[in-house]
Every structure is written in structure tokens, then in C-alpha cells.
Design a protein around this ligand. Sequence first.
Ligand code: SAH
Length: 363
Amino acid sequence: MSEPALLDIQTADTRVDLKGLLPEELQAFISTLGKERYRTKQLLAWIYGRGAASFDDMTDLSRGFRAELSERARLSHLTEVLRTRSSDGKAVKFLFALSDGLQVESVLMFEKDRRTLCISSQVGCPLDCTFCATGRMGLLRNLTAAEIIDQVLAIRRELVAGDDDLTNIVMMGMGEPLLNYDAVTRAIRLMGLEMGPCLSAKKVTLSTAGHVPGILRLAEEGLKVGLAVSLNATVDEMRTRIMPINRKWPIADLLDAVRRYYRRIGRRVTFEYVLLAGENDADADADRLIALVRGIPCKINLIPWNPIASPGPRHQRPSQARIDAFADRLRASHLTVSVRYSKGDDIGAACGQLITNPQEGRG
Ligand code: SAH
């Protein structure tokens, strides 16, 4: 007779994770404990303001209350695995482990008067753009709101200790934010908390590869987040070749959605345009780009392609002369253009280089 099977049942932690709850949800939790309303504010300040890692850190709460909290609730947090600083000191890449062992990256960028944090929204990405390293991973999973906001909290905690702070957030790390809409918008709301990071939607830019329903939903919701759209090509055939998402939402539909976003939100849109030598960097491309964005209040960020490894260099970065000529052509049509020489390309922290499989990434 065989022995009764020993079931390997993991005792699921049924305690509610307080990180990632919106203020009203935290309030509801606090009232189930029969506690006073001001407790919610105290907790919000600890979790989102001071970035407490555990209830034990919350020293102005009574021991009894902290014990009660630990019984009923938990406070998830990311674990920093690795930190790499670029040689010019202007970018720091953080590798974080999630509770299931998967990893994501965030990049902190130092500019004159800005501290911009680039955060991830998914582990990997399903979109498979040919020029981007993250796409090589495929989608492993969506991040939770707690995991998204915690990239901000963990990094901010340290900056604040050094008398500094974040000024801007860009959702341009791993993943397509609009494919993880609920968690992403929840995290954006938490970033804006006055007693938290206090980074209002004005300070946050969300970048999309062109997920039209997501853009329309953002417009409907009226979350005044900055919108960046990775356009990257001016004709559908080419765009579909490098960005398969274009098959579903071609350029005309995408630009219609962008126009609607602008009408509703009133914020100038950013178009990102990765420059790929011999593919989308000709004068004719610049002229088509000018025509496409006509009438849309926008700025254009040109990103000379950053090399990535595997499956080999299918793309090339244009020469400096070509980059300049392309930018000048747009400027001559009175477009606002900046060329983004990505920070941190020596540490695989530049646009399109984020990948959490150490063998791949930078080329
Ligand atoms: N999925 C979203 C968020 C990622 S943002 C989006 O596509 O917008 C990452 C930005 O870097 C995008 O504008 C993308 O077009 C750009 N990018 C990706 N790979 C790149 C590379 N190898 N070199 C330069 N830019 C790259």
C-alpha cells in the first residue's frame, strides 16, 4: 500500500497586501479593524511617503496596533538584486526581484534639475518589436500595482535620505503599460498622493507602442498623464514589419486615438521615433512624419537605435550626420524635436535594452 500522498500545499498568505491599495480601500480595511479614520492617513504616510518596508518600521504606531496589522495584513516589497551605475554617473539601473523570483529593471536618470525614474509595467513584453530587447523575453506576467509603485518607493526612499527626490516618472521600462491598464493607472494614482511621492499625473508620462483601446480609455478616464507614443515608422507596411501591434491598430487609427486624447486631456503628446539606419531615417520618412503629425500639438523624441544582442544586428544606428539631417528637417517644419541619446547604454539601461535574462540584452 502506498502511503497517503503528501500534498505539497503551500499555505497561501491570505493577509491583504496594503501596498497597492487606494486610500479609500485602505480606509475600508481600517474600518473593518474598527480603527479611527486618522489611522488611514498614518498608514498612507508610512507606506507611500516614507516607503516603510514593514509594519515594524512604523514607530509611531503602538506595538499592539502593529501586531494587529501584521496579523491581518502584509506589506509586500521588491528586493533589490543588483545596481549598476553608468560610467558618466547619469544613470543607475536597478534590478529588482519579485516575490516569485522573476525580475524587473528600473532606471534612474540624473539630469540638470530632474531626477527621472523609468519604471517597468510587465515582466517582459508580448509585443515583439524587432528593435527592442524586452520583446525577446515574451510576456512572463503583468506587474501588480504594488510592484509598480514599489519601484518608485524603493528608489525614492534612498534619494530622500540624501535630501533629494524624484521629479518625474516615465513608464518606459519593460512592458506595454496599456496592456496592464488597471495596475498601471492604480499605481499612477498612488504616485500622486500628497502624503506619498506627490508626483501628480502631470509629472508622469506613459509610453505606449500604440494600444488604441488603452489610449481611448485613458482619454475617457481623464487621468491627465502625459502620453508618449512610439510611432517609429510612417507607413503601415514598415511599421507592421518592426512593430507587429500595427497589424491590429494601424497608423491612421493610432493617430485618431491620439487626437482624441489631446482633445480630451489637452496635453501635448510626445512621439517617439527610433531611428533605424536605411529603414526609417530617409528625408522622405521625415516628410511623411511631418505630414502625419500635422495638427497634433506634439514634440518628437528621436531615439537613435541602441544596439541589442540576439538575434543579431538586424538594425543599425544611423550616422551622426543622418541623425542631424533628420532632426533638422523636422525642425525646419517648426516641430519641437529632441534627439535622445539614451543615458546608460554602457550598462544596458538605455531605451530598448532592458531585459532580465542576463545572457541577452546589450549587443
Ligand atoms: N511598450 C511601450 C513602453 C516602452 S518605452 C512603448 O513601446 O512605448 C521604450 C521606448 O524605447 C519606446 O519608444 C521604444 O520604441 C524605444 N526603443 C525600444 N527599443 C529600442 C532600442 N533598441 N533603441 C532605441 N529605442 C528603443
